[in-house]
Design a protein around this ligand. Sequence first.
Ligand code: PLP
Length: 378
Amino acid sequence: MTALNITEPSFDDTELTALKECLDSKWVTQGPMTARFEALIAQAQGARHALACTSATSALHLAALALDLGPGDEVIVPALTWVTSAHAVEYVGARAVFADIDLATYNLDPTCVEAAITPRTRAITAVHLFGLAAPMTELVALAERHKLAIIEDAACGIGTHYMGRPVGTIGDLGCFSFHPRKVITTGEGGAVTTNRDDLAARVRILRNHGASIPRADDDQGPWTMSNFDDLGFNLRLSDIQAAVGVAQMAKLERLISDRRRVARRYDAMLQEEQTLFLPIGGDRGGHSYQSYVIRLRDGGRARRNAVMRALAERSIQTRPGTHAVHRLGYYRNKYNLTPEMFDNASLAEDTTITLPIIPNMSEAQQDQVVDALCEALR
Ligand SMILES: *Cc1c(COP(=O)(O)O)cnc(C)c1O
């Protein structure tokens, strides 16, 4: 019996070759390797622009800045998500307003989004949680009707499709993560995708200290200093990280098909377990299975935790799905939220378990997870 992690990156000599190429070139900040990585992301997601940055959190921050969100503005965010989907809205002084999720998909329930819209609402953050696309048809219709922008939190969404279309440009901006828990990784890293030239131009300036075009009143040449009309940030990815990303992108299709293979086998092995809800595969199988998340039908948080403990005792790493963000101190205190609000997000936080999906996971390893789980459920 081997110890099983919740996931692992897939590294081989191709990352080392790309890293050596980068180091040999002596160009290690944002440069040619980042441009190559961006072109691969743009191609994979069918985006006109892909702009690399330090994380999905910084991508979300850049998206909020590019849309000019600020004090007085409200942005609707799912109550079940990684906390920085909401933090990014608050970074710019806008207010994160939560909406409940659909328990079948763990994504925003459009009816709850509609109910949360006020005259101050400026945008919706559509999270493609665990690699399953949010209901974009309904969300885009709402956004058009109420003149709202859509930020896609596609942190889990590299390789995710919605009705045959890659995510990231269905809304105004898409925000991707390359953290090691995601499908491909650069250690830390992220990207913003968009089809809008104006937003791409804003992101480009804001991730690079706010440096815009060279000053027109100065002597023109490579030495000309930039103008700084914006309070920008340094959120650039380094070419060292991008080199790993270039090698990782070459494996994207294989990594996704491998995850789908493992997920289908979990589905087949667990479908008889009457006490479990299994993840749904999404329209035309567009789920990337960044996480394979099951939910216990019976019992609450204590029982779920007991199941996770039983798996840990057999050296199998699991995690709860993710947070119900309205229960976290910052939001609870700031907006007087109570744990009973957002029933579905709360139930999902209490009763979900993420099972291991590891690249090249063997059937024996998967059997080990399923055997331990079924025993723990009994
Ligand atoms: C992982 C994740 C993030 C944060 O990504 P980082 O690259 O670690 O900043 C944001 N939103 C969701 C939904 C995530 O899963």
